[in-house]
Design a protein around this ligand. Structure first.
Ligand code: ZN
Length: 355
């Protein structure tokens, strides 16, 4: 998967006099910074390519945790050594930091929300139950296997890790999950609806179609299965009557998706108060979809026909029909064919009424 460079990454590169790969993907803000400073870097001499911002080779640190397949620690001693190893301690500290940031942004009411990072074939680091995400410490973190059995940690693991594991088991690209209750995105989830498509380019690229998982009692395997089924081809899932789950190859990116979808829901609500967001065309959307694909994000090709940008009713429940796996339609609680028939009948009735 290609790296996405943020404004912060570009800043670090420029300070170090480094260079980005020619095919690097930059966030809009990163592109602006790179373009603004290009005049004083080698970018000018290389034809002004915004990705090339310096002369020296620079490698952005890899955020994804990579383990050796088949190399999981087995004995209690090996597990303990692994759990307190410098690399795992560093990941724990990152989760603590993200917890503070998430809590500070009002995404985690009470003890709400949880984080997880896959650190082995059968090992997942996660947050504990009954703790504020704003006041966690490194010593609070837990280690579980892919079935949720606790292997290490002084506190009990979150019951909702089952939903994280349900995604990880079904989708190998999901190496880290972030669950939270950000108010605006959660408002959509409580209403059983997904935010509008084709109004926000960044959301279109990084989130695509938000998935909807049927309600299940939090912390149960029933809820976990519902989220896991929808999470296979959606890296952002709205859990109906509950909250939001995002996943990525690393935990910072999963959290970034949480920020992205919350901002999209918030601004969409505001836009609807002033006449509604302006939609861009199917052609514009196709270009963004190409960028999404080039970044190696989860393929949602089967969903596009249900979410045409020229559609009128943005707040209808997500039409989650997938050409690949029709059984998923049931899991999400919506029948695409029925949706289309209802839309057609409604249209006929409306035009008859106008006569
Ligand atoms: Zn929750």
């Amino acid at each position: 998967m290609k790296r996405v460079y943020t404004a912060k990454d570009i800043d670090e590169i420029l300070r170090g006099g480094g260079t980005l790969p020619a095919d690097a993907i930059l966030t809009p803000q990163a592109r602006e910074i790179a373009a603004a400073r290009a005049g004083v870097t080698a970018a000018v001499s290389s034809g002004g390519r915004s990705a090339n911002v310096g002369a020296k080779e620079y490698k952005v640190p890899e955020k994804e945790y990579k383990w050796k397949p088949g190399g999981d620690p087995k004995t209690p001693q090996e597990l303990e050594k692994f759990f307190f190893s410098p690399e795992i301690e560093k990941l724990k500290a990152l989760i603590v930091d993200l917890g503070r940031r998430s809590y500070g942004k009002n995404y985690n009411d009470g003890n709400g929300g949880n984080f997880s990072v896959r650190v082995g074939d059968n090992l997942v680091l996660c947050t504990p139950t009954m703790i504020s995400k704003g006041s966690m410490s490194v010593a609070d973190m837990c280690l579980v296997d892919m079935d949720g059995n606790q292997l290490a940690g002084r506190r009990k693991r979150t019951s909702e890790v089952l939903a994280h594991l349900a995604i990880m088991k079904r989708q190998p690209m999901a190496k880290a999950c972030c669950h939270a209750h950000p108010p605006h995105a959660t408002a959509f989830a409580l209403a059983g609806k997904t935010p509008p498509r084709c109004v926000n380019p960044e959301t279109e690229i990084f989130i695509g179609q938000v998935g909807l998982a049927n309600y299940g009692t939090p912390g149960t395997q029933h809820m976990a299965n519902a989220v896991g089924e929808v999470g296979v081809d959606h890296d952002c899932v709205f859990m109906v009557n509950h909250g939001v789950m995002t996943w990525a190859s690393d935990i910072e990116t999963a959290f970034w998706k949480m920020e992205n979808v919350e901002a999209h829901c918030y601004t969409s609500m505001l836009a609807f108060q002033i006449g509604g967001p302006r939609k861009f065309s199917d052609g514009d959307a196709a270009e963004l979809l190409k960028i999404r694909k080039s970044m190696g994000m989860v393929d949602q090709a089967g969903l596009t026909e249900c979410t045409l940008c020229n559609g009128k009713d943005e707040f209808r429940p997500a039409c989650v029909c997938s050409a690949k796996s029709p059984e998923k339609t049931e899991g999400a609680g919506y029948d695409c064919d029925a949706e289309k028939i209802v839309a057609r009948i409604t249209q006929m009735v409306m035009s008859e009424l106008k006569k």
